[in-house]
Design a protein around this ligand. Structure first.
Ligand SMILES: [Zn+2]
Length: 454
């Protein structure tokens, strides 16, 4: 008997984890952190629903923390197997997971120093050392090649656009094929290539981040130019919360082009506040086959922004009250150095906080976009007077129409389709559309639900 249990990404875009059980073999597809609402984040601290030592192996769709960021916890709790992923995902995890551990440690330290945590002392979910131990389990597998996950279970990764290394996972067991979409990229992304066409499958687990929405048809580059140049003309600072690897490079690519075209002032300083940025640009060069940038464009990425390495430089930026653009993680303002920039710049009406990707419910990003007039950071409230903007169509996710077009080209209908990785309204909207247009049996699973794949 083959079963599938949903350990995350149900009713939320975060915490992706799917457990497949076949006889006494258990494997996990993705191992992501829960983010956003506190009741979701608390799940990161729960006892894992199965014994981590009993999980044979893990396969990752991509390196975003909501798909990979729980690995250090799994390893600390006794997981001993291999973690399979594409080479680019492995490379990105080597940058992102230790950084995640470092940030969690810094936050705990900050909370203890400023005494705002209910926990005494506040502890990080995991440390940088935990993350480094988790990295030892990563094994890169070539795209498109079958590999063994467990006795009787094989898998294959196919690039899905989205970010470097992002892939869909096709898993085969007892003649049944289960496809996990992972996060699906856009067909016409300025940097990433379109997702690979779907092969045959019996069961499908598909993401629905934008399941109830279509990206605006407007040119995102024109809006970016408009927002940045108007903010600078007011004497303001544009703060862009952004994932430091992937998203940030796309923004730099756009900003570089805008400067060259004269759409924003060429002299306007741009800062990328991330010590990881240099490594990330190098990865674009290394994995050049996976994206649309040529070598020259990759090199140009390195010249668009000043890279901010130290915490001192980061703090110095906050004292500068002259026009500039600051890109800093995290993308949903849930942590990272961008929080210090929000404290410094959110209170001034000349400034703009610009979001460039999906904001999960319950995150600071979602609350700012909803118009909240103060933002709580490190236990204190800060007034929000800056303009809050969002350029949704800069997103790395396919929208509802794009997902439908991708699915519609599948060679045959699955026996069952599970819609996950979406807020409840988005997941349900995509479920309805798949049912109506493709007539596939389709449903939205519950947290911890287990289904038999017969
Ligand atoms: Zn993602």
């Amino acid at each position: 008997m083959l079963t599938l249990k949903f350990l995350g990404a149900t009713g939320t875009v975060t915490g992706s984890k799917y457990l497949l059980r076949h006889g006494d073999q258990q494997v996990l597809v993705d191992c992501g952190l829960f983010q956003g609402y506190k009741q979701l984040r608390l799940r990161n601290w729960d006892a894992f629903p199965v014994l981590p030592a009993a999980i044979r192996s893990v396969v990752l769709t991509h390196a975003h923390l909501d798909h990979s960021g729980f690995l250090p916890v799994l390893v600390s709790a006794g997981f001993r197997g291999k973690v399979y992923c594409t080479e680019a995902t492995r490379d990105l995890c080597h940058i992102l997971l230790p950084d995640s551990g470092r940030l969690l440690e810094e936050e705990a330290l900050y909370a203890n120093r400023h005494n705002y945590s209910k926990h005494k002392p506040a502890l990080p979910l995991y440390s940088e050392a935990d993350a480094l131990r988790a990295l030892e389990h990563l094994v890169a597998v070539p795209v498109g090649h079958e590999f063994a996950l467990a006795p009787g279970m094989t898998a294959r990764l196919q690039l899905a656009g989205h970010i470097l290394g992002a892939a869909s996972v096709s898993l085969e067991c007892e003649g049944r094929r289960i496809l996990f979409s992972g996060d699906v990229g856009r067909p016409n992304d300025p940097i990433m290539r379109p997702p690979t066409a779907l092969g045959a499958f019996d069961y499908l687990v598909v993401e629905s981040t934008y399941g109830d929405r279509c990206h605006e048809a407007s040119d995102p580059r024109a809006r970016l130019a408009d927002i940045i140049s108007k903010t600078a003309a007011r004497g303001g600072v544009t703060v862009i919360p952004s994932f430091a690897v992937g998203r940030a490079q796309e923004l730099l690519h756009e900003i570089g082009q805008l400067k060259r075209a004269g759409a924003i002032p060429a002299a306007l300083p741009v800062y990328l506040n991330s010590p990881m940025a240099v490594d990330a640009t190098r990865l674009y060069m290394k994995h050049h086959g996976q994206h649309r940038l040529d070598e020259q464009a990759c090199r140009a990425l390195g010249h668009v922004a000043h890279i901010v390495n130290s915490v001192e430089e980061s703090m110095a930026l906050n004292r500068r009250q002259t026009p500039m653009v600051i890109i800093a993680a995290s993308g949903m303002a849930t942590g990272g150095r961008v929080l210090h920039h929000l404290k410094a710049f959110a209170g001034d009406a000349r400034n703009t906080i610009l979001f460039a990707g999906f904001q999960a419910a319950g995150t600071r990003g979602a609350r700012l976009l909803a118009g909240e007039t103060s933002v709580k950071i490190h236990g204190e409230y800060y007034p929000v007077r800056a303009r809050i903007e969002m350029i949704g169509n800069l997103s790395a996710h396919a929208d509802a129409d794009e997902i439908m077009d991708w699915l519609a080209r599948a060679p045959a209908a699955p026996r069952q389709c599970f819609v996950t990785h979406g807020e409840p309204a988005a997941a349900d909207a995509l479920r309805r559309r798949i049912g109506e247009r493709l007539q596939w049996p389709c449903r939205v699973p519950e947290y911890l639900e287990e289904v038999v794949l017969d």
